[in-house]
Write a protein that binds this ligand. Structure first.
Ligand code: TRP
Length: 480
């Protein structure tokens, strides 16, 4: 199919973009549109970026990788690697006017494979993203039906994820909701609601954080979360932070290229990138400040709780809500999980739209058929991570469940490879000038020198070094 078809389906806003300025989902359109002004662009890109990655994934990684040292590593990577890559992807999209799968091909035929690599990543992410979406759905449902007290029980989370039918059911419901929204193209309504629901989530998070900080032991958690302990630093911290950076900012998977392709030429790329980064990192830091101290209040900083991984949010927060009593806690829990569910849905819609546009483009299927293929494919692929804590819990590599394995494969292997190749492509094939000229179309590029050095040397060498050391580590060539 032509480039046009890709634009038509991966259009992040729709042909009424001139009227609505904030969105984070993609709508089918007849004609190619572009974002209204810079704020529209920033909010749309930040909207896609903010999701479970910020609220669920960042806090548990921070807790697991030693708190402050992880935060420090993450922030340093965000303003260096994250900045350079986001600039590069958005400029690449705006320059070529097409989405990832075609952008690389358009500039150099031999590099078409990189577009394909980028396309594989959202296909891998969507199923397990939906499994976590299902977990959020389960908690929302539990609070709604008055089960808040049981949700705060010690075994609640473990027995839920271990029960095959429950985890499959909530996963399937989540994917079906996403599918129906995408199939009937009702994203516009979702986008409108996100204008007040996302700020509501931020306000509620601030409220819960302040409340948690009045509880005993919480400041121990704040210290753990913010003060770096350099003894805990290792290459794993860097790889974890790098993978999280890509995941959270939707980098190294072509998403920002697509968003860039809808950005107007007169809007400034550089300052937009700063704003998206501040948004995304700010919300992640805030979510961590809510969840990590909560884990300290209830477990006294027990390393097992802190290191438990994907379940952290689901275990720590219900205990905070419980202190409000059955009624208050119930309402608070239902409200909180409803808002998180909403954030998860908007990101999943955007992910499914991406997958659909890839299917349409690669297999020349109609949009409707592609929706069905994406839906069925996601349902089938999601069965494995959904069952990975129960019937399939024996399938694990060095303690990693299936969900952890897919997560590791996409975030810590494929995304760094895609990012590395993107840097090589820009620095040595099309040359940095192609990108910097695009950015300079409307004014000075303040960090141009820094950008060039990052893309040509620091990012590719850094990413390669991190990947190689961690692979050697994984195969036990030398223990770090
Ligand atoms: N960045 C999103 C989050 O933090 C997750 C995500 C990854 C995503 N890739 C995406 C969202 C593509 C939309 C589109 O939750």
């Amino acid at each position: 199919m032509e480039d046009n078809s890709v634009r038509d389906t991966s259009e992040p806003q729709g042909d009424q973009v001139e009227q609505t300025s904030q969105t984070q989902t993609n709508a089918p359109v007849k004609k190619r549109g572009s974002f209204t002004g810079k704020i529209g662009f920033v909010l749309a890109a930040a909207g896609s970026a903010v999701g479970l990655g910020n609220i669920w994934r960042f806090p548990y990684l921070a807790a697991k990788y030693g708190g402050g040292i992880f935060i420090l590593t993450y922030v340093v990577l965000a303003v260096t690697f994250g900045f350079a890559l986001m600039i590069a992807e958005i400029a690449l999209g705006r320059k070529t006017g097409v989405s990832a799968i075609n952008a690389f091909k358009k500039l150099n035929k031999k590099w078409a494979f990189l577009g394909v690599l980028c396309a594989v990543i959202p296909i891998l992410i969507l199923p397990y993203y939906s499994v976590i979406g299902g977990w959020v759905g389960k908690y929302f449902f539990t609070y709604l039906t008055g089960g808040g007290a049981s949700a705060a029980g010690d075994k609640f989370f473990d027995s839920f994820i271990a029960s095959p039918w429950q985890s499959l059911l909530f996963f399937a419901i989540f994917v079906t909701i996403v599918f129906v929204i995408v199939l009937f193209g009702v994203e516009k309504g979702i986008e409108k609601s996100s204008k007040f629901l996302m700020p509501a989530l931020v306000l509620l998070t601030i409220g819960v954080t302040i409340y948690t900080l009045t509880m005993p032991d919480s400041w121990e958690g704040v210290k753990y979360y913010l003060l770096p302990d350099f003894k805990k630093f290792s290459v794993k911290t860097v790889l974890g932070a790098l993978g999280q950076l890509f995941y959270s900012m939707s980098l190294a998977m072509g998403i920002m290229i697509t968003y860039g392709s809808y950005m107007k030429k007169e809007n400034k790329i550089e300052s937009s990138v700063h704003q998206i980064e501040i948004f995304d990192t700010g919300i992640a830091l805030l979510a961590g400040l809510m969840i990590v101290p909560a884990a300290f209040v209830f477990s006294g900083g027990n390393p097992e709780t802190l290191g438990q991984g994907p379940g952290l949010m689901f275990v720590a927060l219900p205990k905070v809500f419980e202190t409000f009593g059955p009624v208050g806690g119930g309402i608070l829990g239902a409200l909180f999980f409803a808002l998180v569910l909403f954030a998860a849905l908007t990101s999943a819609i955007s992910l499914m739209e991406t997958v659909i546009s890839i299917i349409m483009d690669k297999f020349s299927l109609s949009r409707r058929k592609s929706c069905v293929v994406a839906y069925v494919g996601t349902l089938v692929l999601g069965i494995f991570p959904a069952l990975g804590f129960g019937v399939l819990s024996k399938v694990s590599i060095s303690g990693k469940t299936i969900l952890d394995m897919v997560d590791f494969l996409s975030n810590s292997v494929l995304m760094p490879i895609a990012a590395f190749l993107t840097c090589v492509f820009i620095g040595y094939v099309i040359k940095c000038r192609t990108i910097t000229d695009e950015i300079e179309l409307n004014g000075r590029f303040a960090m141009k020198k820094f950008f060039n050095v990052m893309i040509k040397y620091v990012c590719p060498i850094g990413i390669a070094a991190i990947l190689i050391t961690s692979i050697l580590d994984a195969v036990g060539v030398f223990a770090l």
